[in-house]
Write a protein that binds this ligand. Structure first.
Ligand SMILES: [Zn+2]
Ligand SMILES: [Zn+2]
Length: 260
């Protein structure tokens, strides 16, 4: 298995270690193959300081029940010496950016990603896909958009990047896209370059569906190098930078007026 520091030793320009993997799935997602403990072991083996458990939102067939998300509190903060952050990869359900998880659950999490998946939202026109992501970015409970460069959902990349800037959110560089979502390289690089140019933050996620892939970020790191991404724009480069980003979430949520 390739360790993450072996990749940096290969000498990419601006090679960057990533301390926290912001995108992992456990058996709870229904189509992933490792337990939380196995993911933690994989994270440790691959040299991470922590990982975010981002099982799919409940609308994805065969996946998590919404109670999964309120019950994440039973998990310890550290497993096998690795920090576990509680998260979700929520599904964007429509062009208005509606998610498949209510604020009641979202507010309990450390990190919320939102993304478009075929089983929940059929790909629309470029305008429709763009509207959906811009609306999701405006949602105060959302911290990042997963795989925004997915070629199945063409978007106006500049508008999405500008929306991330307006709402102080991150866009993901999804490592598995380079292997699984064919045709991702060019749109992802374009988004990464726009982020670097416009000062928009990114997070690097493996999208691991198996413990051995936690922290598998060589493709994402190569893309950071190709886009000449400044270190300070990578929210999960260090544990401190990631926790700073999570603190921004807590401040943002504290400003939401109580309903009722
Ligand atoms: Zn996804
Ligand atoms: Zn995923």
């Amino acid at each position: 298995m390739r360790r993450i520091d072996e990749v940096s030793e290969r000498g990419y320009h601006g090679a960057m270690k990533i301390a926290i993997d912001t995108h992992t799935h456990s058996v709870a997602s229904g189509h992933a193959f490792s337990t939380v403990e196995e993911l933690a072991r994989g994270a440790r083996r691959n040299g991470l300081k922590g990982f975010v458990l981002t099982d799919h939102g409940p609308a994805l067939e065969g996946g998590t029940h919404r109670y999964h998300f309120s019950n994440l509190r039973v998990l310890p903060l550290k497993i096998r010496g690795v920090r576990l952050y509680r998260g979700v990869e929520a599904n964007v359900m429509d062009r208005e950016g509606r998610l498949d998880l209510d604020p009641y659950y979202l507010e309990k999490l450390d990190f919320v990603m939102a993304g478009m998946h075929e089983l929940c939202l059929a790909p629309g026109s470029q305008e429709e896909n763009t509207q959906a992501l811009v609306a999701a970015l405006a949602n105060p409970y959302v911290d990042a958009i997963s795989h925004p460069g997915n070629p199945s959902y063409p978007v106006d990349k500049r508008r999405v990047v500008m929306a991330a800037r307006e709402f102080h959110k991150a866009l993901e560089i999804n490592d598995s896209s380079f292997r699984i979502r064919k045709g991702s390289d060019a749109p992802c690089l374009e988004i990464a370059k726009l982020c670097a140019e416009l000062g928009v933050r990114v997070c690097c996620g493996s999208d691991a569906h198996w413990s051995g892939d936690v922290g598998r970020l060589d493709g994402a790191r190569a893309m950071l190098a190709a886009a000449r991404m400044p270190l300070e724009l990578v929210v999960n480069a260090t544990k401190a930078s990631f926790e700073g980003y999570l603190e921004e979430r807590r401040v943002r949520l504290s400003r939401i007026p109580a309903s009722g």
